[in-house]
Design a protein around this ligand. Structure first.
Ligand code: C5P
Length: 396
């Protein structure tokens, strides 16, 4: 499939080099969109960029036509790679501090796509501790920097700071796209969020699950190359990009049905906090009256158990267990009852404040007991750690 690259050109004497790269990328059949900052337009014209990229140049966050045709969020989401070339010292400082005061910085902040940065600046500006701190910080967030060789700079100084040549940037881009990802070929199904079990057409019973951990796991699986189907109960979360399937359900019965339709060969992660009981629902809204209505609760199907016991059981089945006491003892019982391979158990007692929170800490257990304790960290980091330390070893 044709790969899509978003190039952000910022203001530098090296801006013209982006034109060479765009021409090379077009020859290689990449689809290119370009954002130019205000200062970039002082060095190269949008007309030259547009002629070479064969597409419109975006530059204004508040352009009504652009916003209706494309929209900055779409620009942030639709590409396979974002390249900032050349990246001025000012622009690097801006993005490392999370500013979003123009289209380029806003798109970067709104994007989850891999970002390559080719800096171009005076050697003293490059070596300045502030710039170096900004670069190191961005590197820790997985931004990659492509540095040029030492050489004579436009200002007459000599050293690093010179922008990488377009050929080197092209090589870097090719390497990015040829890298095989560790979960390539793996088909995964993830459930997330709570389920709502209707009492009548306007009321329901449910639980406090936000769906954050399940969505983040789905996202990380995709980044590692897996083909992911996400089945989600009601949440307010943004749907991850590049899913193979997304199915929105409301009840546990609907979630089970969707899971059975999408049962994958490799991996099932049951993160959803399925509501354990459903209510014998009333067709019409229950009227308030002096007496309290009696609700008849019925057991919901156990989705995890159904998938674990299915004749087409995925190779690896992982459940979650939210416990308020006796974490390990209760989780061990669940592994056996639900016939899954691994349980990721978390303590959801009030003091731990897990539901809806960005933080989580877990015990990862198999049939022998806890084999990994993950200390308190944000749920994104935790998702990365689960993939690295639990899922990848199972598929190698
Ligand atoms: O609610 P419980 O503690 O039993 O949940 C443990 C695991 O079982 C979770 O992975 C959850 O997604 C799954 N589960 C399920 N169907 C249910 C209840 C829980 O799949 N009805």
């Amino acid at each position: 499939m044709q790969k899509k690259i978003l190039i952000i050109i910022t203001g530098s004497i090296a801006s013209y080099k982006a034109l060479y790269l765009i021409r090379m990328l077009k020859e290689k059949k990449f689809l290119i969109n370009v954002i130019m900052t205000k200062s970039a337009k002082k060095f190269v014209t949008p007309l030259s960029v547009s002629s070479l990229s064969e597409s419109k140049v975006y530059d204004d966050l508040f352009d009504l036509t652009d916003e209706t045709e494309m929209g900055h969020i779409k620009l942030a989401k639709m590409h396979d790679l974002i390249l900032v070339m050349p990246a001025s010292c000012h622009f690097i400082a801006k993005i490392s501090n999370g500013f979003a005061d123009d289209l380029a910085s806003t798109v970067l902040l709104a994007s989850k796509t891999k970002v390559l940065i080719a800096p171009a600046m005076n050697i003293n500006m490059f070596n300045n501790k502030i710039t170096q701190k900004n670069i190191k910080y961005l590197e820790s967030l997985d931004y990659s920097f492509i540095l040029g060789n030492e050489g004579k700079l436009a200002c007459g100084d000599y050293g690093l700071g010179r922008m990488a040549e377009p050929e080197d940037v092209l090589n870097f881009i090719n390497i990015q796209f040829s890298k095989t990802k560790p979960l390539e070929g793996i088909k995964a199904l993830v459930t997330a969020g709570p389920t709502h079990e209707p009492i009548d057409p306007v009321r329901f019973i449910s639980n406090k699950s936000s769906g954050i951990q399940g969505y983040l796991l789905a996202e990380e699986l995709i980044l590692n190359g897996a083909e992911v189907s996400l089945i989600s109960g009601p949440t307010n979360l943004e749907i991850p990009s590049n899913l193979s399937n997304f199915i929105r359900v409301e009840t546990a019965e609907e979630m089970l049905k969707a899971c059975l339709q999408k049962i994958p060969k490799d991996l099932f992660i049951s993160v959803a906090a399925v509501t354990d009981w459903k209510v014998k629902a009333n067709k019409h809204k229950i009227k308030k009256s002096p007496s309290v209505p009696k609700l008849k609760l019925l057991n919901n199907p156990d989705i995890l158990k159904s998938i674990s016991s299915h004749k087409d059981r995925p190779r690896l089945v992982i459940g979650f267990a939210a416990e308020t006491k006796n974490l390990e003892e209760n989780a061990m019982k669940k592994i056996k009852q639900k016939k899954c391979d691994i349980i990721i158990a978390n303590n959801v007692s009030k003091t731990k404040n897990v539901f809806g929170s960005p933080m989580n800490e877990v015990n990862v257990m198999n049939h022998k007991g806890t084999f990994l304790k993950i200390k308190k960290m944000n749920k994104k980091k935790l998702a990365k750690k689960i993939i690295k330390e639990v899922i990848l070893p199972s598929f190698n």
